[in-house]
Design a binder for this molecule. Structure first.
Ligand SMILES: [Zn+2]
Length: 682
């Protein structure tokens, strides 16, 4: 314990005690007497407050400044979080990763009078993060912090001399416990850990000054059984039980960068008292450039070669984090990237593979090597569990392979990207072609935008796992940053700010993904693969197309009714149901008048009377769409679009000459696979 005492030298302890207790007038006087202090504080915010609240904030700010030797002064969000706690309110802090939630947690602990022997409990999502957090609290703020997880000693002596004893006085008791959530509940074997016992002991409950929950969205994403799939970490979901057990006056403070409305509603209901303070700061990371990129197949390893400089250059090679959901694929991608290196560097740890079944030691070593400026590892291929919440300050590119399981997940992954200054970074989602074809009406109605297309059984295919939010992301034609802000219901002014050379890949402003990659994008045969993916799956016409086509069909139908000699009702020509069916037939299936009649279950008479006209109407409509698409594709690749391309005609028998395959060839012929070097990587 001696090492901890070094940080609380008597004069600081005395000074802190004075700051905690001194009258308001002293605080006001002090804050104007410290040179430059007033300018460091968010004065606009302070002026909005009642004077008693302002004093609380100033007191906290001076405490913070004293403990950190003048280095740290709380920002607005931090003062709001401190104030909520000091007033005994519950609070929910929605703020981006790196926004500094350690400071309010620390300052609140420092504001507790040591004589009261209060304890703060912080629930932390990842065992691996706890040690770093502990060091931060101990060293920077001089707060006696202990980590409680499955490795913590269980013997009574240790607990009684460090954490809590009902019988003897502990000289320097713990002020702060960083606890993994599982420790707070009964284990699978039916045992309570020591901390689980303690939080159920009334005397100890009386000492708990507050509960902080880090990454609190996990209550919903990890703690609840969703989409017919059991909870990943049920203990998260049991936090609501803990809330009931503890004193109702014990404030809870929830922190997360991702509280979309459906998760906010869940944590509000289960973890907050009816009135609580909602503190919101944008989670937007202005330095991140967002993109989505279609690849033929996730298993085609060629698609990942673009992450390695070619020829390999260890100085130019940026740090890249690749998230993969499938552990086997994680290993395959890592092996492939390793094979892209010069023979003498292969197997030397430049590319590493990282997932939860690996030893703690390996994970720690790999992480420190990867984040070190002199480390060997440049590309880390990882599953989500071990990396979310872990800091990777030097990562230039984050790629998520396949649709993320939710936008919360995507943003948590993307949030790993660079944290140094305002240097820009890229977050790209690689997805397969079918993600463009799924339509919203293939999803059940619901509140949760991350709901998958089908329930998640053990053998669910990727297409079934696809969450609506990720489908929307891929199909979104407008700003991706705006889309993320909308998902989070982030209405702050800074929600869509960006500081990089581009915002995202949706602005038609010259963004080219290739410019941000160290190696060449793999594009060969992509168009062909795209076509076959479409053919292999029964799809319906895109919703956006259906809306437009419906207008044309209604117009046609009205004209038809008006023109009929012995006024046939419209439903006999094309009933509402048949209209809906017709709209859903994908263009690849609407290849002839008879195909249309057959699809609708109509007879020969109907076919002779109407199918020809309908076929031509739909054909013209589809050609228009293809022409616009092709022109866009070609102009994107820097070639002028020729009018009327792709060429197509209707033959005498009503079949289309332009097949989907030849259309695919036109697309692939424009492929520009040239590599452009990026100066900033050199
Ligand atoms: Zn944008």
């Amino acid at each position: 314990m001696a090492e901890n005492n070094e940080y609380i030298v008597p004069n600081l302890a005395e000074r802190l005690q004075y700051l905690r207790k001194c009258p308001a007038a002293d605080i006001t006087e002090l804050s104007s007497a410290i040179p430059g202090f007033a300018a460091q504080l968010p004065q606009d915010y302070l002026m909005e407050l009642k004077s008693a609240e302002r004093i609380i904030c100033l007191r906290a700010a001076i405490v913070c400044r004293s403990v950190t030797q003048g280095i740290q002064v709380p920002r607005k969000m931090q003062l709001q979080a401190i104030l909520a706690a000091q007033l005994g309110h519950d609070s929910l802090v929605s703020a981006g990763t790196g926004s500094g939630k350690t400071l309010p947690i620390a300052v609140n602990i420092l504001m507790d009078d040591p004589a009261d022997k209060k304890i703060t409990i912080t629930v932390s999502p990842l065992k691996r993060l706890q040690a770093t957090q502990q060091a931060d609290f101990n060293e920077r703020y001089g707060i006696r912090t202990f980590v409680i997880n499955e490795d913590t000693p269980r013997d009574e002596g240790w607990w009684m001399s460090n954490i809590y004893s009902s019988t003897k006085t502990i000289k320097n008791p713990a002020q702060h416990l960083i606890v993994t959530v599982e420790q707070l509940f009964k284990t699978a074997e039916g045992h309570f850990s020591r901390i689980a016992d303690l939080v159920r002991t009334p005397a100890f409950q009386g000492l708990i000054s507050r509960i902080n929950i880090d990454e609190a969205h996990s209550f919903y994403t990890s703690g609840l059984s969703l989409y017919n799939c059991p909870a990943f970490r049920p203990a998260w979901g049991k936090l609501s039980d803990l809330k009931r057990i503890l004193r109702q006056t014990t404030p809870w403070h929830l922190f997360s960068a991702t509280f979309p409305p459906h998760i906010l509603a869940a944590v509000k209901e289960k973890l907050m008292r009816p009135t609580f303070d909602y503190i919101h700061q944008t989670s937007n990371r202005p330095n991140i450039i967002y993109a989505t990129h279609e690849i033929d197949k996730l298993e085609n390893l060629q698609n990942y070669s673009c992450f390695v400089t070619s020829p390999y250059n260890s100085v130019a090679q940026p740090h890249i984090l690749i998230f993969v959901d499938d552990r086997n694929l994680t290993a395959k991608i890592a092996d492939h990237l390793d094979s892209c290196l010069p023979p003498e560097l292969q197997g030397k740890g430049v590319i590493k593979n990282y997932h939860s079944s690996m030893s703690q030691l390996y994970l720690d070593r790999t992480h420190s090597d990867f984040v070190s400026p002199t480390g060997t590892c440049k590309i880390l291929v990882t599953t989500s569990g071990q990396s979310v919440g872990v800091d990777f300050p030097n990562v230039k590119i984050v790629c998520t392979v396949g649709l993320p399981a939710s936008i919360v997940d995507a943003l948590q992954r993307g949030g790993r990207a660079i944290r140094i200054g305002d240097e820009d970074a890229l977050f790209v989602v690689f997805h397969e072609p079918w993600a463009r074809e799924i339509t919203e009406d293939e999803f059940e109605e619901g509140m949760d935008p991350d709901r998958p297309r089908a329930d998640l059984g053990a053998n669910a295919r990727r297409q079934e796992r696809a969450p609506l939010s990720a489908i929307r992301l891929v199909q979104c034609r407008t700003c991706v940053r705006q889309y993320y802000a909308g998902y989070l219901n982030d209405q702050t002014e800074s929600a869509t700010l960006y500081t990089g050379p581009f915002c995202c890949d949706r602005h038609d402003d010259g963004f080219d993904l290739q410019d941000f990659l160290p190696g060449s994008l793999y594009q060969k045969d992509l168009a062909v693969a795209k076509t076959s993916a479409v053919v292999s799956r029964a799809i319906i016409r895109l919703k956006s197309e259906r809306v437009e086509l419906e207008k044309l069909l209604i117009k046609w139908l009205n004209a038809k009714v008006a023109a009929e000699e012995y006024s046939r009702p419209s439903y006999e020509i094309l009933s509402a149901d048949k209209m809906r069916d017709l709209l859903r037939i994908p263009s690849k299936d609407a290849v002839s008048p008879s195909a249309i009649a057959t699809s609708l279950g109509e007879n020969q008479e109907w076919q002779d009377a109407y199918a020809g006209e309908l076929f031509h109407l739909i054909f013209e409509f589809d050609m228009e769409i293809k022409t616009v698409k092709a022109a866009k594709e070609l102009s994107k690749r820097g070639r002028p679009a020729r009018a009327g391309q792709p060429q197509a005609s209707v033959t005498g028998d009503g079949f289309i000459n332009q097949t989907s395959e030849s259309y695919g060839n036109i697309e692939s012929s424009g492929t520009n696979n040239k590599r452009r070097r990026v100066s900033e990587y050199k």
